[in-house]
Write a protein that binds this ligand. Structure first.
Ligand code: SAH
Ligand code: SF4
Length: 427
């Protein structure tokens, strides 16, 4: 996998180099979720169907899996009754296991999920008045170690597979009761989605749905798991798959510059970049990948990112850390950089979300307001994001799973050790 070869990290925190596109199960059955349709057809053929039948069954199955959300072959009513046990013997329709589901006082929901090989990761759903955003994880843990991020204190356990990534979206639809029931009539393209190209519209639309948007902003660095994220998002965007417009999907990266171009070419979703600082000194410290790919390189890659209209501005995420990156000069430098690289950009100011052992404090509300005003006055949108789900540790950067209960001192020691390892790896 080319993506993981970009930054070799020695020892047990090296990103997986072997793609795991099929999760092997103890009972030998193959999970169909996460596989593209031709691969499903190929599996059916290997299992004994002739080529034509395999293709037809794959098409039917795909529709049931992604349009109807069924998890049982017996529900596939247009497949012959005698055929269904044949499928059940050989295949499964998987979902990540739900270990725990929590709901915040503000309506944000967080799920602790578990892979078939027993690794825990998290997914968050954030409803607001106009949209419902699912925050999806791409890795268990993270390759990187931004100093303000709780996930960054975890080792990278492994990349999530396409099935585990798209499975999060499917699980959310299960939980929200958002699979169509009965006939498919009424799920045609919606005329009122005028901000979308026709080619973007699958059979589903945002109308009347709770889950309208997806952000790759959960645990992990999606561009260090490029192939799997791409394959999963293709299923999410496929008109015959989950049918969500790419305009409603945003991928956030800490700045894996060589993969940004491929992200534009092969996925084509909205891009968010975790900038967080405007000087080398500060960004090297808080987003250490900056030592490998600096601010100029990063912004050049952003300037080259494909976009067709103003609705596809690049989002720069900027976490507000007291006394670290929140001076007026930082705001002015941010404006200068955005203008210098002629970036159609908006800036999301994220109040720092604290976690046990964090070495930063959030900037004061007044400082954040002032920072925002400076940027707004330069004609660049710079809203302050309201933290969501803080009470259940679901806010940005708070995701960290740990099955074992450890003392605070132990956690801090462990975090320090992981930090030292990852720093050494970045050189
Ligand atoms: N790894 C990717 C995506 C996941 S993080 C990335 O870094 O972009 C999603 C966003 O939350 C990023 O902008 C990240 O920098 C930010 N974030 C991390 N920890 C945070 C914290 N404690 N408070 C506020 N934002 C945080
Ligand atoms: Fe990883 Fe993103 Fe957290 Fe940095 S901010 S440690 S890249 S999840």
């Amino acid at each position: 996998m080319a993506d993981t070869q970009l930054m070799q990290i020695p020892g047990h925190i090296d990103p997986l180099t072997i793609p795991r596109d099929i999760t092997p199960r103890e009972d030998g059955r193959v999970d169909l979720i996460g596989l593209p349709r031709p691969q499903i057809a190929a599996l059916f053929e290997t299992a004994g169907l002739d080529a034509k039948a395999a293709k037809l069954r794959a098409k039917q199955c795909f529709h049931w899996l992604y349009h109807r959300g069924v998890t049982d072959f017996d529900m596939m009513t247009d497949i012959a009754k005698t055929m269904r046990p044949w499928l059940t013997e050989r295949f499964v329709i998987g979902r990540p296991e739900v270990v725990e589901a929590q709901i915040s006082t503000d309506g944000t929901r967080k799920w602790l999920l578990r892979t078939a090989d027993a690794h825990d990761f998290e997914m968050v759903f954030i409803p607001d008045e106009t949209r419902g955003t699912l925050c999806v994880s791409s890795q268990v843990g993270c390759t990187l170690n931004c100093t303000f991020c709780h996930t960054g204190t975890m080792r990278l356990v492994r990349n999530l597979t396409p099935g585990e990534i798209v499975g999060q979206v499917m699980l959310a639809r299960d939980a929200l009761g958002e699979w169509p029931k009965g006939s498919m009539a009424g799920f045609g393209p919606e005329a009122d989605e005028d901000d979308l190209d026709d080619e973007d519209l699958g059979d589903y639309s945002a109308k009347g749905r709770l889950l309208t948007n997806i952000v790759m902003m959960g645990m992990g660095e999606p561009l260090y798991n490029f192939d799997n994220v791409r394959d999963a998002l293709r299923l999410v965007m496929d008109g015959d798959g989950l049918g969500l417009s790419r305009r409603r999907i945003t991928l956030s990266t800490s700045g894996v510059v060589p993969m940004i171009e491929r992200c534009g070419a092969e996925i084509g979703v909205n891009l968010a970049v975790s900038l967080h600082a405007v000087t080398k000194e500060v960004r090297d410290e808080i987003v250490p990948i900056n030592r490998k790919y600096g601010i100029e390189e990063l912004l050049e890659a952003c300037a080259a990112y494909p976009r067709s209209s103003n609705s596809r501005r690049i989002t720069f995420e900027y976490v507000m850390l007291k006394g670290k990156n929140d001076r007026d000069e930082d705001a002015y430098e941010l404006i200068r950089l955005i203008k210098h690289y002629k970036l159609p950009a908006k800036v999301n100011l994220i109040p720092f979300n604290p976690w046990p052992g964090a070495i930063y404090e959030c900037s004061d509300p007044e400082r954040i307001r002032r920072f925002s005003t400076i940027i707004f006055d330069a004609g660049i949108s710079a809203p302050v994001r309201t933290p969501r789900g803080r009470d259940i540790d679901a806010a940005c950067g708070q995701l960290k799973t740990s099955a074992e209960k450890k003392s605070r001192a132990e956690l801090e020691r462990q975090a320090a050790a992981v930090w030292a390892e990852k720093q050494a790896a970045l050189g």
